[in-house]
Design a protein around this ligand. Structure first.
Ligand SMILES: Cc1cc2nc3c(=O)[nH]c(=O)nc-3n(C[C@H](O)[C@H](O)[C@H](O)COP(=O)(O)O)c2cc1C
Length: 151
C-alpha cells in the first residue's frame, strides 16, 4: 500500500514530531505541501494531511494543496493535527469538507495537544507545555498502525 503523509508545522515543530512518528511507523513518504507533485497524488492509496491548528483550522498551505489535487474518488485520506486546546471535531471540519469534496473517503482522524505560546499565552509560559510527549507520539503510531491494518 502506498501512503504519503503531508504536514505543515510552523509554531514549535509539534506536528512535525507526530508526522515523523507516523511515517516511521509504517514506512510512509513524508512531504510538505509545497513538495507534493499533484499529478502524482493518484499513485497513493492513502494520503494523510496534518498541521497545527491556527485560528480554528488547519494551515492554509494544506488547503491550497487539497484545492490543487485532481478528483481523488476511490482514494482514502486521514486527517491529523496538534492544537493548544479545544474541540477536534470543530477544528477538523473545514479540511474534512474539502477532502470529501475532492472525492476522498476519510479513513480516520487523529489529534493531540501541542505546546502553544501564541500571543498572550506567551506571557503565562504557554499552554500544553511538553506536548506532544512520548505518549502522544506512541498514540499517533498506534493510530496509523491500526488505520493501515484495517484497510
Ligand atoms: C497563529 C496561531 C493560531 C493558533 N490558533 C489555535 C486555535 O485556534 N486553537 C488551538 O487549539 N490552538 C491554536 N494554536 C496553537 C497551535 O495549534 C499549537 O501550538 C500547535 O501544536 C502548533 O503546531 P506546530 O508547532 O506544528 O505549528 C495557534 C497557534 C498559532 C501560532
Amino acid at each position: 500500500m502506498k501512503i504519503m503523509i503531508v504536514y505543515s508545522s510552523f509554531h514549535h515543530g509539534n506536528t512535525a514530531k507526530i508526522a515523523k512518528g507516523m511515517a516511521d511507523e509504517i514506512n510512509a513518504e513524508l512531504a510538505k505541501p509545497e513538495e507534493v507533485e499533484v499529478e502524482k497524488a493518484k499513485e497513493y492509496d492513502i494520503l494523510g494531511f496534518g498541521s497545527g491548528i491556527y485560528f480554528l483550522r488547519h494551515h492554509r498551505a494544506i488547503f491550497e494543496l487539497v484545492k490543487k489535487l485532481p478528483n481523488m474518488r476511490g482514494k482514502k485520506a486521514f486527517i491529523f493535527s496538534t492544537r493548544g486546546a479545544g474541540p477536534v471535531s470543530l477544528y477538523h471540519k473545514p479540511l474534512k469538507r474539502e477532502l470529501l469534496r475532492k472525492g476522498f473517503k476519510i479513513a480516520g482522524e487523529f489529534s493531540c495537544l501541542g505546546y502553544d505560546t501564541f500571543a498572550y499565552l506567551k506571557l503565562i509560559g504557554g499552554i500544553s507545555k511538553g506536548h506532544p510527549n512520548k505518549e502522544d507520539i506512541e498514540k499517533a503510531r498506534d493510530f496509523i498502525r491500526r488505520l493501515v491494518k484495517f484497510q
